[in-house]
Design a binder for this molecule. Sequence first.
Ligand code: ATP
Length: 363
Amino acid sequence: MAYLSLKEINKIYPNGFHAVHDFNLDIEKGEFIVLVGPSGCGKSTTLRMIAGLENISKGEFYIDGKLANEKSPRDRGIAMVFQSYALYPHMSVYDNLAFGLSLQGIDDEIIDERVQNIARILGLTDYLDRKPRQLSGGQRQRVAVGRAIIRKVGVFLMDEPLSNLDAKQRVTMRSEITDIHRKVGATTVYVTHDQTEAMTMADRIVVMKGGYVQQVGTPYELYFNPVNMFVAGFIGEPPMNFISSPVTDGKMTVGNKDIELSGVLSEEVIKAYEGKELVLGFRPESILLGERENALSFEAEVQLTELLGDNTNVYVTLGNDSPILKVDPHDTPKVDSTVTFSIPLESAYFFDKETELVIRKTN
Ligand code: ATP
């Protein structure tokens, strides 16, 4: 059995609000799992049920094969880092790290060994005598992480731990946390609304929306094989472009162009969608400029360009839609010009407009 196992977990708050529906997930020992989704999707609630800070309304939660629904938080072998990592302001970094262990009555010598070791892993050795106010945001965050991992627990839970840091610190801490995870090896469940954090840190990502799990998979699987429009639009930056059109005589109309679906989708699918709406999805970064073989080619009007350094985002008008194209900065088209671009067939996604489910998986 997996190390942590969530079976049909539901949360219904006392006011009757059903925040999490039938959440299923098996987490292997040492895995780094990221729960991601927009505000209010139920990710913190799920994390808090794992921690034992919220009771589970329905379903079963197992730790190492043992039912843990009724286990108190302190008996679960879990450490948690929250968004607001309240360090003790009057204590030094050393004492902040050592405090939890002293409370457990552990020998000073052993505490010292562990504090020095954690400080080494986290790059805090030179700051052990400082008070929290004498540290940068990133250093404080590292102390908070250190306070959790020093307890040598099997499971590490983090709820938006980087949200108080500026953009640069977040990038640094992202790789630091991944590095710490590699060194310490604790099973980790990490909550964020930031898809970049999810993509860069996770072994597997759980995408949630409105209390329901949408998809569970590796970053690669979610990026290349999203099961629905929500996941396709949530993972990737800028998000996937969606253009919808009814299917008439086996064709979709995009801008002023008819796309012959024969050879792109199976004949059964084309027949099934005749008279119904299909959505064409493509990632800004998957387009190629100009007309190409084995691709869907379009002409669009350039509205705006944003040079970002390594690429340019080109905002275009295509019929009633306004997709974004990512191009090499040297190929940046002029505003108000017409640009021809192609979507390689293997990078074109199709979705059912009504159910929002993917129709044909590519790659
Ligand atoms: P955020 O990123 O904003 O923290 P989240 O995905 O972590 O969002 P949760 O905090 O899990 O979302 O909340 C899920 C839903 O449950 C929200 O709609 C929230 O308003 C609701 N909720 C949270 N706590 C309670 C509560 N004690 N009573 C009733 N509803 C609650």
